[in-house]
Design a protein around this ligand. Structure first.
Ligand code: FDA
Length: 452
C-alpha cells in the first residue's frame, strides 16, 4: 500500500493552506474533503443571477497572513462602501443618523462606552492570543461570563448593551452569558485590540473580487489531483509510526494526519486508539455560535441616494448590524445583516416566510419601507449543515479556555489538529485559518522524518 507523507482531512482554508505549503516543500500530500466542493465555511452562490458570499467575506488590515496569501495568489480586493451617514436604532426603535465612529447616544453614555473600550483594550494588550490561558488575570476572567463581568463594570445599560453587542452577537455569536470574559478578551486580542473590533471600517474593510472563496479555490487548483472531494473520513487508526485513514471503506496509509476541522467535528471521526481523555473533554466543551447572515438585493442601492452608507447598528434589533454589501461593479444594491444567538434560535422556529418577513421588517427599521421588497433575499444556512453546524465558528464555554485551551493544539501520535477556531491571531477568521495551516505545515516539515 502506498504511504503518503501527510493526509489532510478537510479542504477549508486551514487544510488547503497546510497542504499547499507541504506540497510546495515536495511532500506527498493528499487532502480528503467530505463535501463535494472545497472551501468549507467559504462559499459563493449564484441567486437570481448575482453572486452572494454565504460564508466569510471580509478582510481587515491586521490580517497579514491572509493579505499575504491573497497577494501570492494574485487575488484583488475592493473596499466596502461606507460613504455617507450611518444609522443607530435606539432602544425605542428610533433610527438616528451619525457619522464617524461615535454612536449618537447621550454624552455620558458615549464616555462610558469609550471607558469600557479602554478597559478591554488594556486587558487585550496583556494577552498573547496564542496563549490566552497565560494572561495575568486568566483564571478570574475565565471564571465569569462576559455578561457578569460587564454588569460589574458599569451601571449604564446602553453602554453595556453596546459593548455586549460587539463581542456577543457580532463576533462570538453566542449570548454573552455563555462565554467567559477571557474569551471576549481573546477575541479582542486576536484582532489587535478591542478598538479594532468596534471599528467597522477597520474590521470589515475589504472584500475579494470574486469572493473570499476564491482563496480555497485557487489553492485547490494548485493542488490539483491531490484534493479528493466527497471523501468523508470516518476512521483514523494510528500508531506512533503512522496512521491509516478510512474513507468509504478504502484505507489510506500515511505517516502524518492533519485534522483541519472545527474542534466539534473531530468527534465525528472514530479515532483508534481513542484520544486521551483530556482531548475529548476539551472538544466536548467547544460549540458553534449561531448567526443567520441575511442578504437582500435591491434594484438600486436606494440608501445611497438618501445619503446613507448602509451601515447600521441596533443592539435591540432583530438584525443587530447591517452593511452595504453591493458587489464590485454591480448596479443593483445589496444589504447584508446578521441575526444572532437567541434571536437566531427564535427565527429558526418560524417558517421561511415568517422569518423573511420579520427580518425584512427589522431592515426597514433602519432604511424604511423600501427595504421590505428586495428582488432577491438569501439566508446562509450553516446551522443545517452537519459538516459545519453553526456560524461563524466554535468557542469554549465559561471556564474551559484556561482548563483545556492548550490541549486543542497538542498532537496525538501522528495526528495534528487545526482550524481557524483554535487560532490566536485571526481567531475565528480566515486569517487564523491561514496561520494555522501554515504553522501545521512548518511543524510537520521540521519533524526529523519529514523535514530533511
Ligand atoms: P472549515 O469549517 O471552513 O473547513 C473544515 C472542512 O472540513 C470543511 O470543508 C468540512 O466539510 C470538512 N470536513 C469536516 N469533517 C470532515 C471529515 N470527517 N472528512 C473530510 N472532511 C471533513 N471569516 C473572515 O475572515 N471574514 C468574514 O467576514 C467571515 N464571515 C463569516 C460569515 C459566516 C456566515 C461564516 C459561517 C463564517 C465567517 N467567517 C469569516 C469565518 C471563516 O469563514 C472561518 O473562520 C474559516 O473559513 C474556517 O476555515 P477552516 O478551514 O478552519 O474550517
Amino acid at each position: 500500500m502506498k504511504t503518503y507523507d501527510t493526509v489532510v482531512v478537510g479542504a477549508g482554508a486551514t487544510g488547503l493552506t497546510c497542504a499547499w505549503r507541504l506540497a510546495e516543500a515536495g511532500q506527498d500530500v493528499l487532502v480528503l474533503e467530505a463535501r463535494d466542493r472545497v472551501g468549507g465555511r467559504l462559499r459563493t452562490e449564484d441567486h437570481n443571477g448575482s453572486d452572494f458570499e454565504i460564508g466569510g467575506q471580509w478582510v481587515s488590515p491586521d490580517q497579514e497572513a491572509l493579505i499575504a496569501l491573497l497577494e501570492e495568489l494574485g487575488l484583488e480586493t475592493y473596499s466596502r462602501f461606507r460613504e455617507g451617514e450611518s444609522l443607530y436604532v435606539d432602544a425605542a426603535g428610533v433610527a438616528r443618523r451619525f457619522t464617524g465612529e461615535d454612536l449618537p447616544v447621550e454624552e455620558q453614555t458615549a464616555k462610558e462606552i469609550d471607558r469600557l473600550i479602554g478597559v478591554v483594550d488594556d486587558l487585550a494588550a496583556q494577552m498573547d492570543p496564542d496563549r490566552p490561558w497565560e494572561h495575568p488575570q486568566a483564571a478570574e476572567l475565565d471564571a465569569v461570563s462576559f455578561a457578569q463581568w460587564l454588569d460589574a463594570q458599569t451601571t449604564d445599560a446602553e453602554a453595556r448593551d453596546n459593548i455586549a453587542l460587539y463581542l456577543g452577537p457580532a463576533m462570538l455569536t453566542k449570548p454573552t452569558h455563555s462565554f467567559s470574559a477571557l474569551t471576549a478578551v481573546l477575541m479582542s486580542a486576536s484582532a489587535g485590540s478591542f478598538t479594532h473590533l468596534v471599528d467597522a471600517d477597520f474590521i470589515l474593510d475589504k472584500r475579494v473580487v470574486g469572493g473570499l472563496a476564491s482563496v480555497p479555490a485557487a489553492l485547490a487548483e494548485r493542488l490539483g489531483e491531490r484534493v479528493r472531494l466527497s471523501a468523508d473520513v470516518t476512521h483514523v487508526d494510528w500508531s506512533e509510526s503512522g496512521a491509516v485513514v478510512t474513507v468509504d471503506g478504502e484505507q489510506i496509509a500515511t505517516r502524518n494526519v492533519v485534522l483541519a476541522l472545527p474542534p466539534t467535528h473531530v468527534r465525528r471521526i472514530r479515532i483508534t486508539p481513542e484520544l486521551p481523555a483530556e482531548h475529548r473533554h476539551a472538544r466536548e466543551h467547544q460549540s458553534f455560535g449561531l448567526v443567520i447572515k441575511v442578504q437582500a438585493e435591491y434594484d438600486t442601492p436606494f440608501w445611497r441616494e438618501a445619503g446613507r452608507s448602509g451601515t447600521g447598528f441596533g443592539p435591540w434589533q432583530l438584525v443587530h448590524e447591517v452593511y452595504d454589501n453591493t458587489l464590485h461593479g454591480k448596479e443593483t444594491g445589496t444589504l447584508v445583516g446578521f441575526v444572532s444567538d437567541l434571536n437566531a434560535d427564535a427565527m429558526g422556529r418560524l417558517s421561511a416566510d415568517e422569518r423573511q418577513a420579520a427580518i425584512l421588517a427589522s431592515l426597514a427599521s433602519y432604511f424604511g419601507d423600501a427595504a421590505l421588497t428586495p428582488r432577491t433575499y438569501v439566508e446562509s444556512d450553516w446551522q443545517h449543515q452537519e459538516l459545519t453546524g453553526g456560524a461563524y465558528a466554535t468557542s469554549f464555554d465559561v471556564g474551559s479556555l484556561t482548563r483545556w485551551g492548550a490541549k486543542l493544539h497538542e498532537p496525538v501520535g501522528p495526528i495534528r489538529f487545526g482550524s481557524s477556531d483554535i487560532a490566536g491571531h485571526g481567531f475565528q477568521h480566515v486569517d487564523g485559518a491561514v496561520r494555522m495551516g501554515t504553522r501545521l505545515a512548518q511543524q510537520l516539515l521540521e519533524q526529523p522524518s519529514l523535514g530533511s
